[in-house]
Design a protein around this ligand. Structure first.
Ligand code: CAA
Length: 380
């Protein structure tokens, strides 16, 4: 069995620095690599902020915080960063051309023992693995934002991934205190993003078609669908740049997976990336962690059944197509998106018949994206 001791994380953005932090918290020595010290400085100060928060909340002691911080080594030189790595976790921006370039360089300097993992949220694992000199020792390990708090990691084997590497991936996820869910097919959006990304577009259509305010719709998502955040709030939190790229990628692979609303591309084109750029769907005052004010009162003004219907229909698709089991789906939504109530239970509470009627109505008006999945039909 391959032993994992030394981790290298490529890319120090939101996901990369978080993955480095949790790996160090689990006792691994971690090299965090980026192309410029300014990115690494910013990442290390975010890690410091996060560790301080965990100390403040008494999740770790001050001494543990210092030990964790000292296990993370920021490095710019790629050769140095890769030296001796047992596991490489790539978390560079979601662009196939960029990944191609990165893996070309990585292949030149990696030890033969190094296992490659990509934190991609939507790009096909089989295709990325085929860019490398070790497609059989390559796996998708998809963490969720913020990695420090979200328990889920989707484990996605490509077509050529060795069984033993799947096991190593699952073991690693458990060692960093996370819950692995196996995504059995390399489909666009894997499990969670297959539900999350189309839902943002649907929410934008709901604004046009039904006329609620953004906070009314978001309050309904939070208080009536049991999400921890509103859907526009979550889009801003995740980043409209990430969402736009995920949308383009998923849509280019399968036109039925998403019904794109132009607002997402507009926000992206205007540089309104959400929280990180100061505005997106909402406006923000600064870099600090900040929440949108949503209320139970406001949630009464809007019935979110269309959003629920689209989420359930995509969830049903995953089950029909054996990408995951119903049980794994609910674990993924609970631990990756923080849903406080299982999605299908919320469906039952609203009434599956009403959900299916809603989809049939939308299907008749707007086309095949809304065609109810057979699994959902069977629950009526
Ligand atoms: N490290 C440590 N602490 C952090 C933190 C971090 N990185 N980020 C936030 N916190 C702290 C906050 O500062 C806050 O502390 P205070 O109480 O002192 O203010 C605390 O954690 C959270 O408090 P909230 O009242 O805001 O709490 P919450 O109960 O809503 O939890 C959350 C926050 C965990 C982010 C929760 O809202 C949640 O689960 N949101 C959904 C997130 C989600 O869906 N992520 C997946 C996005 S999709 C994705 O990542 C995939 C992709 O590929 C695009």
């Amino acid at each position: 069995m391959t032993e994992i001791n030394k981790i290298t994380v490529l890319g120090s953005g939101i996901m990369g620095h978080g993955i480095a932090q949790i790996s160090a918290k689990a006792g691994f020595e971690v090299t965090l690599r980026d192309v410029d010290t300014k990115f690494l400085d910013s990442a290390m100060s975010k890690i410091k902020w996060s560790l301080d928060k965990l100390v403040e909340k008494q999740k770790i002691t001050q001494a543990e915080s210092e030990t964790i911080y000292s296990r993370i080594h920021p490095v710019v030189d790629l050769k140095q960063a890769l030296s001796g790595a047992d596991l490489l976790i790539e978390a560079v921006p979601e662009d196939m051309e960029l990944k191609k370039k990165v893996y070309l360089d990585v292949d030149k300097h990696s030890d033969s023992k190094t296992i490659y993992a990509s934190n991609t949220s939507t790009l096909p694992i089989t295709e990325i693995s085929s860019l490398t000199n070790r497609p059989n020792r390559f796996i998708g390990l998809h963490f969720f934002n913020p990695p420090q708090l979200m328990k889920l990691v989707e484990v996605i084997p490509g077509i050529t991934t060795d069984q033993q590497i799947i096991k190593v991936g699952i073991d690693f996820v458990k060692r960093v205190g996370k819950e692995p869910v196996l995504c059995r097919k390399d489909v666009p959006g894997f499990i969670v993003n297959r539900i999350f990304i189309p839902l943002i577009h649907e929410a934008a259509y709901c604004l046009d078609r039904d006329g609620p305010s953004m906070t009314q719709l978001d309050s309904a998502v939070k208080f009536r669908l049991s999400f921890p955040m509103g859907i526009f709030e979550l889009a801003d939190y995740t980043g409209l740049d990430v969402i736009h790229k995920a949308t383009s990628e998923m849509f280019s692979r399968d036109k039925k997976v998403i019904f794109p609303h132009p607002r997402i591309k507009e926000l992206f084109d205007q540089g309104k990336y959400g929280k990180k750029s100061g505005s997106g769907f909402y406006s923000y005052s600064g870099e600090q962690y900040e929440r949108v004010s949503l209320s139970e009162e406001d949630s009464k003004a809007y019935n979110p059944i269309k959003l629920l219907a689209v989420a359930l229909n995509n969830a049903a698709w995953l089950i029909t197509n054996k990408v995951c089991t119903l049980e794994d789906l609910e674990i993924a939504l609970k631990l990756g998106m923080g849903l406080r109530n299982p999605l299908f239970r919320t469906g039952e509470q609203f009434g599956i018949k009403g959900v299916v009627d809603t989809l049939q109505d939308l299907h008749a008006k707007y086309g095949d994206f809304y065609k109810p999945d057979n699994f959902l039909l069977s629950l009526r």
